[in-house]
Ligand binder design. Structure first.
Ligand SMILES: Nc1ncnc2c1ncn2[C@@H]1O[C@H](COP(=O)(O)OP(=O)(O)OP(=O)(O)O)[C@@H](O)[C@H]1O
Length: 636
């Protein structure tokens, strides 16, 4: 039988055949299946074929993915096999994200039935209820923090979002489902138990208020009746009966789970509930792509857990990569051996070649080199979207954005902030305005955002009421609109109000004055505290240095004008996807492939040899996105 995908013939290797054979045993005789395979080996393709093979045998199958991107990719491949389009209702029966599945189960089968049918779809999208619940939770915690000698928590939007991230991580890791947290009752606890709890928080690297905030947030969330991202899976993990009922209602007999490397403790509970409900389970993932290790607070290996829970699991590999050929395949295979020595060695499909070039470039010349490579490709007939520039952290793409803009090459940002919208650019814009170092002819929405960013900072001297007043002065919330409407006409009034506090100094705008302003306002510490990893904190600090150098070189007013031009061109260029170079970060490039990939700031071979496994994994993920060409640019 010939298998076609988008009209092209698929190769059925013995490994793929073995995977498809899993569909053969009669109902109830199927052992769990774990497919461990590396990048571009056709993991998602294999799951689509397996889904089909099971359906052909009369089985009711549901495929689950973690990310929206993974979901879209699965459907794209499914359509590529089936030909033609799929109605959304049809698609929803075949493949869901785990979050979607959790929401449905809770809506229809939750024991508590707190959720209004129909309102749940709205609840999980971003309205401001998560912020509202967190604001209430912070207020409750702040009522008793001073008693414990602790500083009250901040309640500006940015701090609340960070607190929501923390709660999300705690939920993903089921951190507080373990002793001494599980069943802890602060009312009944004695001194010893309280101390023990504090010690446990400290050992996990969590702040002393984390457990209280978590509990208060849960209470507030319950009273507001909503689900934020991460809440649905967490709630469902505690309701295995709802999982079983959800599967039963849809008649699901087999669950296939893609992107298994993103499974954290909370998701694993749901997988267990599915197996207990009698479903056969097959999962597919790549240990090398487990780059969200910092999520979930404590390390968790879904692969080890799976084998421990179901030792009779059938383990099958896919070792032939279709995405890239040598010499890239050899380099990628070497990295993979380091992160997962037990994995099958990577082979590439015959006839495939993927060029890999390592260039040492002075740091200042890196952006220019990126543009040169892209322009060379465009001149040779490639399209913009054939190129992806993947940086370790979003901020590292700022100089590339400026260089692309100067060269007139349109780009789009995939889940990284464009320079003009970044918090680093905003805070410096605020400094220039407040100190009177820049004197723009008129104000725009970026100025409003800059002042609001500044107002959220730790050392503005503003209290919560003043912050709120500034918020309403500069931005208006319109019901039904997600983004606020900014009011640039009010910037002069806001500047006056803030300048009284900030105390403009009659010093020239030079590097010393700018760095001095940043340290007086504790900006680096503030941004570092908000960064998910130490590397992200360093990138933010480095970006501040580079922007300061830009201001000093071009002058404050020209700096702001440069950002405005960037914003205008970006808005014009960011419409649609056609023909734009993609700028993204390693954390967000998973699940994608491009003809050409450029990695500025790539570690040298020597540095990589000494790097820790997280860095190796990240490099593996980034390098394995390329189909035809990869450039590794090392800064010298
Ligand atoms: N059996 C096959 N024969 C030919 N081409 C294949 C086969 N399986 C996959 N491919 C092609 O290889 C590429 C990668 O496939 P796929 O996206 O399924 O890989 P993956 O392992 O899920 O990737 P990753 O996890 O790195 O994002 C696609 O272009 C796909 O069409």
């Amino acid at each position: 039988m010939e298998y076609l995908m988008h009209g092209e013939s698929l190769e059925i290797t013995p490994e793929l055949s073995a995977i498809l054979d899993w569909a053969v045993p009669p109902r109830g005789k199927r052992m769990p299946l774990l497919i461990e395979a590396s990048a571009g080996t056709g993991k998602t393709t294999a799951l689509v074929l397996l889904h089909e093979a099971l359906v052909r045998r009369g089985q009711a199958v549901l495929t689950l993915t973690y990310s929206q991107k993974g979901h879209a990719r699965w459907l794209e491949l499914y359509r590529g096999r089936a030909g033609g389009d799929l109605a959304p209702q049809q698609a929803a029966l075949l493949c869901n994200t785990l979050d979607e599945f959790a929401v449905r189960c809770l809506r229809d089968h939750s024991r508590e039935k707190r959720w209004q049918a129909g309102s749940l779809g709205h609840a999980i999208v971003d309205d401001d209820r998560p912020l509202l619940a967190m604001r209430q939770a912070v207020a409750r915690v702040n009522a008793y923090l001073p008693e414990a000698g602790l500083e009250p928590l901040r309640a500006d939007d940015e701090s609340l979002l960070l607190a929501l991230d923390l709660i999300d991580n705690l939920k993903a890791g089921l951190t507080f489902a373990q002793p001494p947290f599980a069943g802890f009752d602060a009312e009944l606890a004695d001194d010893y138990e309280l101390e023990n709890l504090q010690f446990a928080l400290e050992r996990l690297g969590l702040p002393p208020w984390a457990f209280s905030l978590f509990n208060e947030y849960e209470k507030c969330r319950e009273s507001l009746d909503f689900l934020c991202h991460g809440d649905a899976a967490y709630d469902l993990a505690y309701e295995p009966d709802a999982v079983a009922a959800g599967l039963r209602a849809r008649g699901v007999e087999v669950v296939l789970l893609d992107e298994f490397h993103d499974t954290k403790a909370v998701h694993f509970e749901i997988v267990r509930a599915m197996a207990r409900a009698g479903c056969a389970i097959a999962v597919v993932g790549d240990r090398g792509q487990d780059i969200f290790q910092w999520r979930g607070v404590t390390p968790f290996s879904a692969f080890d857990e799976f084998m421990q829970r179901w030792p009779q699991t059938r383990q099958l590999p896919l070792s032939l990569t279709y995405r890239f050929g040598n010499p890239l395949a050899k380099a990628v295979g070497g990295l993979l051996q380091r992160v997962n020595p037990a994995c099958a060695s990577l082979r590439c499909a015959s006839g495939r070649r993927t060029a890999m070039k390592r260039l040492a470039v002075p740091r200042a010349a890196l952006p220019g080199e990126v543009v040169r490579l892209i322009e060379g490709g465009l001149a040779a007939g490639a399209a913009g979207q054939d190129f992806a520039v993947i940086v370790p952290q979003g901020q590292a793409a700022f100089p590339v954005m400026r260089a692309l803009q100067a060269a007139g090459v349109p780009y789009r940002c995939d889940r990284i902030a464009p320079l003009h919208e970044s918090r680093e650019a905003r805070i410096l814009r605020a400094a220039l305005l407040l100190q009177g170092w820049a004197k723009p002819d008129s104000f725009g929405h970026l100025d409003c955002k800059a002042l609001l960013q500044y107002a959220a900072g730790p050392s503005t001297g503003l209290d919560e009421d003043e912050r709120a007043a500034l918020g309403t002065l500069l931005a208006e919330r319109v019901p039904g609109e997600r983004a606020p409407r900014y009011i640039p006409d009010h910037v002069p009034m806001a500047l006056q109000m803030l300048a009284e506090r900030d105390g403009a100094e009659a010093v020239p705008c030079d590097a010393i004055a700018l760095h001095d302003w940043l340290s007086r306002h504790r900006v680096r510490q503030w941004f570092a505290g908000a960064a998910p990893t130490a590397a992200a904190a360093r990138a933010s600090s480095q970006a501040l240095n580079e922007l300061v150098a830009w201001i000093v070189r071009d002058g404050a007013t020209a700096f702001l004008a440069g950002l405005d031009t960037l914003a205008t061109q970006f808005a014009r260029g960011n419409v649609g996807f056609g023909s734009k170079v993609v700028l993204t970060s390693i954390l967000h490039c998973k699940g994608n492939e491009w003809r050409n990939v450029i990695l500025p700031e790539a570690p040298s071979a020597a540095r990589l040899a000494d790097a820790d496994l997280q860095v190796v994994r990240e490099q593996y993920v980034a390098m394995s996105r390329a189909r035809e060409g990869l450039w590794l640019l090392e800064a010298t």
